[in-house]
Design a protein around this ligand. Structure first.
Ligand code: MLT
Length: 410
């Protein structure tokens, strides 16, 4: 009999969103009438159609593959040069940020990238996560054997949890002690908070002083509306020496089902070998991707490239404004209900304090049972999420307005 990976047995329950799906199914099976009016504001999945610029580019790409002269088989594993150039130019150099085309590595999603990055990091690292946290950062470290067992609150041994709370606006400052790796997500999933320049400067200074690697997840960057909130960690001087950035087309271009994202690994970013030598991480990530991944399809990459055309940019803007408009409606509804909220200004998520001292799963039951609205319980994002819940603004405007009405009526 083969040995299994015992680390998987340390994982608590299922992954959060399938678990919510399971509970929603149990509710809808038992309540078929209520199921008809159910509105889903749980998983942050886009609802609006793909931008026209993307569809046009993808149709053209399909036709190219239908001709012998323009047919393509395997592409470069790290992405076509034209897409990497469009990303580096539009997302970075056009904003005065130094990133070379070949520092961009195209992939099929930030969820995969933030998990897969552990392949190129050693086993002895002390790893910090913020709490509440996107569960993928924690679970992939458990799977990789980087943690001990979970305690009664679901906190894993050997992981350093940095608590986000009302006092720090859900943006925890760097810890007193040193860690080797820290995951930061800004704008934040799940709390919707976004780190200011001063906060990111503090993190970069900490990382440089402690030789800490920052894994910076900027999947929600397109939702930043407030001036002065950095869109990239590389806006902070010195970040090229301490940070990897993850970005995605899921939430700006509506690619959650289409799948395309990228990682920026600066060539100036170093890490230590077991024998104490300093080596660049860029070749390791390239090696990992070229060995374990065959690249994103040509059709999808042409679709992603079209997001950078003038029409594509305008259509992305319209999509983001649509979801942020929903966020404003939902925030207003929660305010009218007297529920304290955070987020929804630089992010498509609203973080809400459970009324009446309810736990977050009690609030989940109340919202689905009484309002027929699916939300995500804060406890699913870590112990510090207990007592809060997340409402996703990814929906039609009519649904967002209906959810606001039901919240007020609750
Ligand atoms: C969420 O709801 O947190 C997102 O859908 C997560 C993701 O993008 O994987």
């Amino acid at each position: 009999m083969a040995f299994l990976n015992d680390n998987y047995l340390k994982l608590k329950a299922g992954y959060l969103f399938p678990e919510i799906g399971r509970r929603v199914k149990a509710f809808t099976d038992a309540n078929p009438e209520a199921a008809k009016r159910l509105i889903r504001c749980g998983i942050g999945d886009v609802t609006e159609p793909l931008p026209e610029a993307v569809r046009t580019a993808m149709h053209k790409a399909v036709d190219e593959l239908g001709e012998r002269a323009s047919f393509k088989g395997y592409g470069p594993e790290q992405g076509y040069e034209w897409l990497r150039a469009a990303i580096a130019m539009n997302d970075y150099r056009a904003h005065g940020i130094e990133v070379a085309d070949d520092e961009i590595i195209v992939s099929d999603g930030s969820k995969c990238d933030t998990g897969n990055i552990l392949d190129i990091l050693g086993a002895a690292n002390v790893i910090a996560v913020t709490d509440p946290v996107y569960p993928v950062y924690v679970d992939t470290n458990v799977m990789a054997g980087n943690t001990g067992e979970a305690d009664a609150h679901g906190a894993y041994g050997r992981l350093v949890y940095l608590a986000g709370n009302e006092a720090n606006g859900f943006i925890p400052p760097p810890p007193r002690g040193r860690v080797d790796v820290v995951y930061l997500c800004s704008p934040n999933n799940p709390t919707g908070s976004a780190a200011t320049r001063a906060q990111l400067e503090e993190w970069v200074a900490y990382a440089r002083a402690n030789e800490t690697l920052i894994l910076f997840d900027a999947a929600y960057e397109a939702y930043i509306t407030e001036p002065g909130v950095p869109h990239s960690i590389y806006e902070i001087p010195g970040a090229r020496e301490c940070a990897i950035e993850f970005r995605s087309f899921s939430k700006n271009g509506g690619f959650t089902g289409v799948r395309c994202a990228f990682v920026v690994v600066p060539k100036t970013l170093m890490a230590r070998t077991a024998s104490g030598e300093s080596k660049p991480l860029h070749p390791l990530w390239l090696r990992r991707q070229t060995t374990k991944f065959n690249g994103v399809s040509y059709i999808v990459q042409r679709g992603a490239e079209a997001l950078y055309s003038p029409g594509g940019k305008a259509q992305v803007r319209a999509l983001v404004e649509h979801y942020l408009g929903n966020a404003a409606v939902l925030r207003e509804g929660a305010h009218k209900a007297g529920w304290p909220t955070w987020g929804g200004v630089n992010a498509p998520y609203i973080w809400v304090k459970c009324p009446g001292g309810l736990t977050s799963w009690e609030m989940f039951d109340k919202m689905i049972g009484k309002a027929n609205v699916v939300i995500t319980p804060g406890a699913g994002f870590g112990a510090a999420g207990e007592g809060y819940f997340r409402i996703s603004a990814f929906n039609s405007r009519a649904n967002a307005e209906e959810v606001a009405r039901r919240i007020i009526a609750l």
